[in-house]
Structures are given as structure tokens and as C-alpha cells.
Write a protein that binds this ligand. Structure first.
Ligand code: DX5
Ligand code: ZN
Length: 220
């Protein structure tokens, strides 16, 4: 798996989202943060907006669902055209069934862990997933400080994936910037979400390229 850079539009201008996405043509995915004001104390957008965004760009949509009752609510995002759908394991009653339903709907299935959620109980689930997301901030807001305490979990997850010989991508999200991306890449992440780092840059697409170069340099 090569390095993938996935800008989050959470800190973009929500009144001009289509335009904002067109500022990152060099990205691999667009990361869309769905928040319901219950699972996290913030409210963003739902399937209607995801569908509109999917229509407005050639980039695939990486939907990160920070919502309760993921078992019932995730399907709407597959139908809306998200190419990857991430649910939080803390919000899913039947993560195996849910991952299979997402895959059956034609999207990549991904599972996220909050900073305090350990990876070890989920080792046997990894082959069911196309991507594992290890949060490096408490989900809810962009612009928070990267939590170094999550690095050992990234390393542990990388070791598990290698041991099982599976292709599941390992994504990090939260506080990823030119200052922190090398630590994540060194720990074994291959897919990087960056929100404020990209959208607070004068040239977001150039920042995507710089983040990619920094992560690739660690790999080399
Ligand atoms: C946080 C979201 C992130 C957020 C990242 O709950 O899941 O995707 O937008 O923003 P930064 O990169 O600013 O931490
Ligand atoms: Zn996110």
C-alpha cells in the first residue's frame, strides 16, 4: 500500500464545499466528517450532503461516521455514494455484520477506534475490514492537538496486520500535520487524514503534496 492523503473538509468553508474540494485535486480521497451531536458534541452533515458532494467531485468520498446506532445509520452513506464508510466500533452493536453490509453495498468497510479504545479485542475482526482508523484526537472537532499516546496503538495495529498478512489500510485522523505525520508513518500508518493542516494552508493542494512527501520519506 502506498501513502494516501485524505483531506478533511471539516475546517473548510461549509458555504462553498464544492469549491473547497476542487482546491485539492492532488488528494487521494475527500474525508467527510459526519457528526450527530450525540456520539460527539458537534453536528455537521448527513447523507443528502454526502450525495451532493459525491456528485460534485471525481475524488472518492471517505465518510467518517461519528454517529450513534451505526448499525442502522451507516447504510444511508453507502447509498449516498461514499466509496469508503467508517463506523466507530463504540457505536456499533454488531461490527462484523455491519462491515459485511457495507461491503455488500459496494463500499469499502472501515472501523474507527477512539483514543481510549484498545485494538486487541478486535484483532480477529481485521480481515473483515478494508481500513482501520485509529483516532489521534478525541473525535468531534478539527484543529485539536495530536495525541502521542495513540502511537503505540498504531504500532500494535501495524504488527497485527502484518502478522495476518492482510491488506487492510491503516488510517490516522486528528492533529495530522507536517509536524506529526512522520511519527504516524514511522508507527505504520499508510492513510492520513488532515483537516486544518490542509485547509489553513495558503495552497491546500501544495500542502497535500508536502504531507505526502513527508510520509513517503519515512517509508523510503
Ligand atoms: C475529528 C475529525 C477529523 C478532523 C481532523 O473528529 O474526525 O477528521 O476533521 O481535523 P484536524 O486535522 O484539524 O485535526
Ligand atoms: Zn474524521
Amino acid at each position: 500500500m502506498g501513502i494516501q492523503i485524505t483531506p478533511s473538509i471539516l475546517n473548510a468553508d461549509f458555504a462553498r464545499l464544492g469549491e473547497e474540494v476542487s482546491r485539492i485535486p492532488g488528494a487521494d480521497w475527500v474525508h467527510v466528517d459526519v457528526m450527530d451531536n450525540h456520539f460527539v458534541p458537534n453536528l455537521t452533515l448527513g447523507p443528502t450532503m454526502v450525495e451532493a458532494l459525491a456528485r460534485s467531485t471525481d475524488l472518492p468520498i471517505d465518510a467518517h461516521l461519528m454517529i450513534e446506532d451505526a448499525d442502522r445509520n451507516a447504510a444511508a452513506y453507502v447509498e449516498a455514494g461514499a466509496a469508503s464508510v467508517t463506523f466507530h466500533v463504540e457505536a456499533a452493536k454488531a461490527p462484523v455484520r455491519l462491515a459485511r453490509e457495507i461491503r455488500a453495498g459496494g463500499a469499502r468497510a472501515s472501523m474507527a477506534l477512539r483514543p481510549a479504545t484498545p485494538i486487541e479485542p478486535y484483532e480477529e475482526l481485521l480481515p473483515e475490514l478494508d481500513m482501520l482508523l485509529i483516532m489521534t484526537v478525541e473525535p468531534g472537532f478539527g484543529g485539536q492537538r495530536f495525541l502521542d499516546l495513540c502511537l503505540p496503538k498504531i504500532r500494535a495495529a501495524r504488527a497485527m496486520l502484518d502478522r495476518h498478512g492482510i491488506e487492510t489500510w491503516l488510517q490516522v485522523d486528528g492533529g495530522v500535520s507536517l509536524e506529526t505525520i512522520e511519527r504516524c508513518a514511522e508507527a505504520g500508518a499508510d492513510t492520513f487524514v488532515a483537516g486544518s493542516a490542509v485547509y489553513s494552508a495558503d495552497d491546500p493542494d501544495r500542502m497535500v503534496a508536502e504531507l505526502r512527501a513527508a510520509a513517503e520519506a519515512v517509508r523510503a
